[in-house]
Design a protein around this ligand. Structure first.
Ligand code: ZN
Length: 177
């Protein structure tokens, strides 16, 4: 690491360093997710930023390789995590308010007490995930897979579950309208 205090300071440029790639680089990286050279080091840097309590709102994290990442209590409101890979990630109490996780993979992720207010999870794979006590008011789960998910005591008021697969999901005590 370069000793930056803020993850935002470490955003390197507007475009991926790979010649002719016009994609935005991942926050904290010179490259986009496709051209990221050391994914595990990059993931550790993000985990460290969360552990320090850095504000990570609105960052560009599309297609980020974050399987198994430990991002508990991360402040990641408004981040673009579309197509991100978060299988088995620990996301307890994370703030994903208004974030976009469209088509993200969150299989068996632990989202206990996560803040999913107005979060977009359309077409996301949340199979076997834990959403116990999550606040998903006004969240959009259109076409998402929630098979075997644990949604006990989750707040799903005004959440959009249109076309979502909920086979064997548990909604005990969940708030719905
Ligand atoms: Zn690239």
């Amino acid at each position: 690491m370069d000793g930056s205090n803020s993850i935002v300071d470490a955003v390197v440029g507007e475009h991926c360093a790979e010649p002719a790639c016009g994609a935005r680089p991942l926050a904290l990286a010179k490259h986009c997710a496709t051209h990221l050279t050391d994914a595990s080091a990059w993931r550790r840097a993000l985990e460290d930023a969360v552990r320090r309590g850095d504000k990570l709102e609105g960052l560009s994290l599309a297609s980020a390789p974050l399987d198994g990442a430990k991002l508990d209590l991360g402040e990641m409101a408004g981040c673009d995590l579309s197509r991100a890979r978060l299988d088995g990630a620990s996301l307890r109490g994370i703030d994903f308010k208004g974030a976009c996780l469209r088509s993200a993979s969150l299989r068996a992720a632990d989202l206990t007490a996560a803040k999913l207010f107005e979060t977009t999870l359309d077409a996301a794979d949340l199979s076997g995930s834990i959403l116990f006590r999550a606040n998903a008011q006004r969240a959009s789960f259109r076409g998402a897979t929630l098979a075997r998910a644990d949604l006990r005591s989750a707040n799903l008021r005004r959440a959009d579950l249109d076309g979502a697969v909920v086979d064997d999901a548990c909604f005990e005590g969940a708030l719905r309208e």
